[in-house]
Design a protein around this ligand. Structure first.
Ligand code: 5AD
Length: 466
């Protein structure tokens, strides 16, 4: 069942009494969820505040993907204890993946937490907080619920770029991963619901959407009638005002030739693909239950490069998976060098409760994980620098999305391949426009350029002051 919750237009006219402080950990989907929670609470007379000291309600939106993410939440909860002691009516809530996975431990280690709820309960956040404020505690809501598309967004959210969740959950059963436990089974939102949401975003000035799903390229299989991501990309491409479409995360197992062609053929879809490798060794891939071999992964990469020569590739890699030998690790390094990623995220394997890999023999010692992590980062850094070099001297379309952090006369934006570019706007109001920029300098984390010539149809963003 899908319910649509709309932001009432009169919301901003009601008196505001309570303040909420939101702390978000983890992935883009969590950022998206936090924005929805903020939007829903604003409808309930809450306003967002910057400092936890000013809040009547503090919500931690948590991540459980690695142990380190959980440690951060427990130390944050420890720090908040002082505030709760000084003001017992302060409500502290934990939401998101850790709430699903670690409910018992949260209650044990942080008994001052009043409310624990998982992502399926987000649409009920107002009601859950009200129950706590009426004196009920601790309120727990971590079951699997109906698929709800919440379109409420806080008034303060960046209007130029937006995340849009198109599907929830994952059924891949990778042996290292908690997501099937925390986010449940795969459920896609209907194309019409997604298109309506993006139309609304475009009407409010949004230029770029990132379609989100744990396995976004499995989108639509569960719908009646079934559809796929390529079809959804075409629908989103037809929405006026949207300039760019990104999507993440794709799983190599579900990557079809049809989707690869859509990256080439659907104009607003950018030439960028995040395709987690996890390991370059067949032995490890098999025990991870990834469903592909090194050869199959490389075959896909060849097809992508042949179809979309401009493609920028990024990836996730785990080092120190149980049983990973030096030889396995060398196979991963080899794939990284062969593919030539623009960007790679390297993680040390973390034992997650309830996952098969946590119980596997031959867990790799921390020192070995640390060494492989450092070694691989050196390789991915070197490979990415070579990839960046290719951009020097080229004129690239840049979507201007802000003012440079370092120099206020400068604006910053992103290339289609998602690189940050800083350049002098020459006093023009460019925020929200796509403009051609000649890349003059390639720096480790950004590019510097100069405005090549402003397109005749570059439209300034309404109300922009740059
Ligand atoms: N340990 C380390 N990294 C992990 N990831 C997922 N689970 C684990 C784990 N148990 C990484 C994967 C995934 C990314 C989001 O996080 O590389 O693609």
């Amino acid at each position: 069942m899908i319910k649509l919750i709309q932001t009432p237009s009169a919301a901003s006219e009601r008196p505001r009494t309570s303040k909420v402080h939101l702390i978000t950990y983890g992935c883009q989907m969590n950022e998206y969820d936090s924005q929805r929670v903020a939007g829903l609470l604003q409808q309930q007379d809450y306003e967002l505040c910057e400092r936890p000291e000013d809040a009547d309600l503090i919500l931690l939106n948590t991540c459980a993907i690695r142990e380190k993410a959980e440690d951060k939440v427990f130390s944050q909860l420890g720090a908040l204890k002082r505030l709760k002691k000084a003001r017992p009516d302060l409500v502290i809530g934990v939401m998101g993946c850790m709430a699903q996975l670690q409910q018992g431990r949260i209650q044990e280690r942080a008994p001052h937490v009043d409310l624990v709820f998982g992502s399926p309960a987000i649409s009920r956040v107002g009601e859950l907080v009200a129950r706590v404020r009426r004196g009920e505690r601790a309120v727990l809501d971590t079951g699997e619920g109906a698929l709800v598309k919440i379109v409420a967004k806080p008034e303060s959210a960046n209007r130029l770029k937006a995340f849009v969740t198109v599907m929830e959950g994952c059924e891949k059963r990778c042996t290292f991963c908690v997501v099937p436990v925390t986010r449940g089974r795969e459920r896609s939102h209907a194309p019409g619901v997604i298109v309506d949401e993006i139309r609304g975003l475009a009407a409010a000035g949004c230029k770029e959407v990132t379609l989100l799903g744990q396995t976004v390229n499995a989108y639509g299989r569960d719908l009646e009638p079934a559809t796929d991501l390529a079809a959804l990309l075409e629908l989103v491409d037809a929405i006026d005002g949207i300039e760019r479409i990104r999507f993440t995360t794709s799983n190599p197992y579900n990557l079809t030739s049809r989707l690869i062609r859509a990256i080439r053929d659907v104009p607003k879809v950018v030439e960028y693909l995040h395709l987690p490798l996890q390991s370059g060794s067949d032995r490890v891939l098999e025990r991870m239950h990834r469903g592909y071999t090194q050869a199959r992964y490389l075959e896909l990469i060849d097809e992508i490069k042949a179809t979309v020569p401009e493609i920028a590739l990024s990836t996730d890699i785990i080092v120190g998976f149980p049983g990973e030998t030096d030889e396995d690790f060398a196979a991963t390094v080899d794939v990284v060098e062969r593919v030539g990623y623009d960007n790679a995220f390297v993680f040390r394997y973390s034992r997650r409760p309830g996952t098969p890999a946590a119980e596997m023999p031959d867990q790799v010692p921390d020192e070995v994980k640390a060494r492989r992590n450092a070694e691989l980062l050196a390789v991915t850094g070197r490979v990415a620098a070579v990839r960046s070099g290719r951009l020097a001297g080229r004129v690239l379309p840049v979507l201007v999305d802000g003012v440079s952090r370092k120099d206020l006369r400068e604006v910053s934006g992103r290339t289609r391949c998602n690189r940050v570019v800083n350049f002098d706007a020459g006093g023009r109001r460019l925020l929200g426009s796509v403009v051609p920029v000649r890349i003059a300098e390639v720096l480790p984390h950004s590019l510097r350029g100069a405005l090549a010539e402003v397109d005749a149809d570059a439209r300034p963003f309404a109300g922009a002051s740059v």
